[in-house]
Design a protein around this ligand. Structure first.
Ligand SMILES: Nc1ncnc2c1ncn2[C@@H]1O[C@H](COP(=O)(O)OP(=O)(O)O)[C@@H](O)[C@H]1O
Ligand SMILES: [Mg+2]
Length: 339
């Protein structure tokens, strides 16, 4: 779901890789740009950081291949690396066939990384937004990388529909390991709230802590929001229940007016009816047949509504024939809205 900490995790992974001087391409799908363009642009900076007169053979080759990759999506733009590549072998990542070009650039860059004693990390956020062909291609390249032992790591973060999309995309997915990032455990939620405070010599009273953990449902985003409001409201070195109650109320208000409202306002009247019919099971998932029943419509006639809601990122399909909200607490928010 949204707000559980996927982006935070991916960013942490990037920091670890950068600390080890890896070549890192960290991209976010879902905008106007294709995977090809996103990856190409993300690779430019780390590659240009590496070029130098004494660059090794593999690195020179990777730079030359990167130039051809750039040319494959940007006819008018070129990159300049501060080295002469005229006699260097390489290139060929501009056939226009995504799997061919991606394989070539990732192979050459990862082998250059090995020459430098490091690895290549490809990190993709909002991966559920990739086109099917792009996702398939990543799976194909990951397979090739594993077979030929290129030092490359792929990490994709996305909504829970991602594993299914990936397995529909191609039969190469046994190369991927799936980890569900969910709400925090009770212990971790308490630590996330109390530790930053105790680092500043402030303690939370037990009932204040209980209240915040309960109200947040242990979702990182809500813990952050409620915790911040409570912190700003509290005074002295002890946070009391009344501070937490204030913080939760203020935080809810903020969520209602921002996080939830922004999503609700994106829905048309018809879509709102559909969303209402998903409550109260929506946080966990409900059959689209049951939603249709409640609206006295056929599943087929609601297909486009459902598709639009998925496209807008308001709901997703955790399983075949099931719909669920992408953000926790959405059902309760909708219940608070007037018709
Ligand atoms: N490990 C963490 N440490 C601190 N804050 C976190 C952590 N994980 C999540 N958060 C909080 O939750 C918010 C949402 O996290 P984010 O990574 O953007 O979620 P997602 O990408 O899953 O939608 C962050 O802005 C931050 O406030
Ligand atoms: Mg995110």
């Amino acid at each position: 779901m949204r707000g559980v900490g996927k982006t935070v995790l991916l960013t942490q992974l990037r920091h670890h890789a950068e600390q080890r001087d890896w070549i890192v391409a960290h991209i976010e799908a879902g905008g106007e740009q294709s995977l090809r363009t996103l990856l190409g642009e993300a690779l430019y900076e780390p590659l240009s950081d590496l070029d130098r007169p004494a660059a090794g053979r593999r690195l020179l080759k990777a730079l030359k291949t990167a130039l051809s990759f750039k040319a494959s999506y940007d006819a008018s733009g070129t990159w300049t690396f501060g080295v002469d590549l005229s006699t260097t072998p390489g290139g060929g990542a501009d056939s226009g066939i995504l799997s061919t070009d991606l394989k070539k650039i990732i192979k050459d860059v990862s082998l250059a990384a090995r020459e430098e004693g490091v690895g290549l990390a490809i990190l993709v956020d909002e991966a559920q937004e990739l086109q099917d062909e792009e996702l398939t291609t990543l799976a194909i390249v990951a397979q090739a990388a594993a077979q030929d032992d290129w030092p490359v790591l792929f990490a994709l973060a996305g909504l829970p529909s991602l594993p299914q999309t990936l397995s529909e995309a191609k039969s190469y997915t046994e190369r991927f390991q799936f980890t569900h990032v969910e709400r925090l455990s009770d212990t971790d939620a308490r630590e996330a709230i109390a530790k930053p405070a105790s680092d500043e010599s402030v303690t939370w009273s037990a009932d204040a802590l209980d209240h915040l953990v309960d109200a947040s449902g242990r979702y990182p985003y809500f813990i952050q929001q409620f915790g911040q409001e409570t912190w700003n409201h509290g005074e002295g070195t002890k946070i009391e229940l009344s501070d937490a109650e204030y913080g939760v109320a203020a935080g809810r208000n903020q969520l209602d007016n921002g996080f939830f409202r922004a999503r609700w306002d994106r829905a048309t009247v018809t879509e709102k009816k559909y969303l209402r019919a998903m409550c109260p099971e929506g946080d966990f998932g409900i059959g689209s047949g049951e939603v249709a029943n409640r609206l006295s419509k056929s599943v087929n006639s609601l297909g486009p509504v459902r598709a639009n809601l998925i496209h807008k990122g308001l709901v997703y399909a955790p399983d075949h024939g099931i719909v669920a909200f992408t953000v926790p607490g959405m059902a309760a928010f909708i219940d608070r809205q007037m018709e």
